[in-house]
Write a protein that binds this ligand. Structure first.
Ligand SMILES: Cc1ncc(COP(=O)(O)O)c(C=O)c1O
Length: 442
């Protein structure tokens, strides 16, 4: 079923009598069973969507069966497991033991919001303010610097009252999505507010490019700015000796965002917010609720994020990390990147397609070449539809340096080199159909 058709089936009345559990299940499956994306499959390359490992799936089912509320540490092991998972993730990312604390969130957007809220609290401190208490009416201009921040950063600035307009777009290195450090230094030098946040990207969502975190951290120290690194999917490259250099200096960040529902391949929804300033973090989110007793053995995670009642999303992460270990994740990251390099190499020799930039990690940006009077801009949408219509793979569109492109991002645990042949055949087939049709319509 085309998902566009579903809206026509919207009912405005709930049946008076229930269908029973099996009846409801059958009704769902009969009506909507064909209307899902196959986003857990090995050749779904849209956005940066991870799949679901068997261990994570088992953990997720268990979460619903035992239905714990991970608000505080009382009565349940759930908060301990969340602390354990955060420690495991720090270790997987090769961060110094105990330096970063944090919270699991619903995703990287929420993790960015949590991190920037903590950063906002720090900004207040630079001017002797307690923003969570006094509010932004204390009128402190907070300036945020970044080259290609994810849209969720801008959204967070709006939600937090910092203001979407207060992002200073730092010039990027020509033809790239990464910050030019000289431009950043000039921007920080010229900033008259003591409240400064620099947002670096470790894996831009478009091409998977990495800011020079070490160089940016040095500037943040010199000019007293908070360093937030949005590493939603890129963070996990740090567990591989082949790719860890891309994230050199991550340990100097004040806060880090990562996403477990991307490269860790746990089910939605699960993000990770880490910071080396737990006191500021909790000051920003603490809820003074006398009816919720705490004994302080483990963090009260309700004081570290937006929600008070919280899903036990740590369990699928714990299960998958325990099941596959560091070596399993290292192999997954390296396998996905190797897969993309094989596709890149095919594209490099293709007469139909061309790539737009090097592969930095696990994302390939490419388009079809302009041939004769067929301009890639005008028919790229048609070709993308044809590629996805093969049913063999799924790509999403994007724009890179002003050009329309196809974007292939690999982060599924099931993708292997066996998928290369299927993908290149489908890409070839889509272009051949396109060429045949061009002959007819000429
Ligand atoms: C770099 C980056 N930051 C933030 C996000 C937002 O993540 P989520 O969809 O989990 O909120 C994404 C998603 O692709 C991302 O790639």
């Amino acid at each position: 079923m085309d998902t566009r058709d579903i809206s026509r089936t919207l009912e405005h009345t709930l049946p008076e009598e229930g269908l029973g559990s099996l009846g409801a299940l059958n009704a769902y499956w009969e009506n909507y069973g064909t209307a899902h994306t196959r986003s857990t499959g090995s050749r779904y390359f849209g956005f940066v969507t991870g799949g679901v490992t068997p261990a994570a799936l088992a953990g997720d089912w268990l979460v619903s069966v035992i239905d714990q509320n991970v608000a505080t540490e009382r009565h349940s092991v759930a908060a301990f497991i969340e602390s354990q998972v955060l420690a495991f993730i720090s270790d997987l990312l090769n961060l110094p033991a105990g330096l970063f604390q944090g919270v699991l969130t619903t995703g990287a957007t929420a993790a960015n919001l949590v991190a920037l809220s903590t950063a906002r609290e720090w900004c207040g401190e630079q001017a002797g303010l307690h923003i969570a208490h006094d509010g932004l009416s204390a009128s402190l201009p907070i300036m945020v610097f970044g080259a290609a921040p994810h849209s969720s950063i801008i959204k967070s600035l709006g939600v937090l009252g910092i203001g979407r307009k207060n992002i200073v777009t730092v010039r990027s290195v020509p033809g790239r999505e990464v910050m030019d450090l000289q431009a950043l230094e000039a921007a920080l030098q010229g900033c008259t507010s003591p409240a400064r946040i620099v947002v670096a990207s470790a894996g831009t969502v478009n091409a998977g490019e990495f800011d020079d975190i070490q160089g940016i951290a040095r500037l943040c120290r010199t000019y007293n700015a908070w360093l937030h690194v949005d590493a939603a999917f890129g963070a996990f490259a740090r567990c591989s000796p082949v790719y860890e250099h891309l994230l050199q200096g991550l340990e100097y960040a004040d806060s880090i965002t990562a996403d477990a529902h991307k490269w860790l391949n746990v089910p939605y929804d699960c993000g990770i917010a880490l910071t080396r300033h737990p006191a500021l973090h909790e000051r920003s989110f603490s809820a003074d609720a006398p009816y919720v007793p705490m004994d302080g053995r483990f963090p009260a995670f309700m004081n570290r994020g937006v929600e008070q009642s919280r899903r036990y999303r740590a369990l699928p992460v714990w299960m998958t990390l325990m099941a596959y270990g560091k070596s399993g994740y290292r192999a997954l990251i390296e396998r996905n990147c190797e897969f993309v390099r094989h596709i890149e190499s095919w594209i490099d020799h293709s007469s139909h397609y061309e790539k737009l930039c090097p592969v930095y990690l696990n994302i390939l940006m490419f388009r079809c070449k302009s041939v004769g009077d067929r301009n890639h801009e005008t028919h790229s949408e048609t070709v993308l539809r044809r590629i996805n219509a093969t049913g063999k793979l799924f790509l999403t569109p994007s724009v890179y340096n002003g050009e329309k492109v196809f974007r292939l991002a690999a982060c599924n645990w099931m993708t292997t080199l066996d998928d290369v042949e299927v993908v290149v055949c489908a890409l070839q087939q889509a272009m051949e159909i396109d060429e045949r049709e061009a002959v007819f319509t000429r």
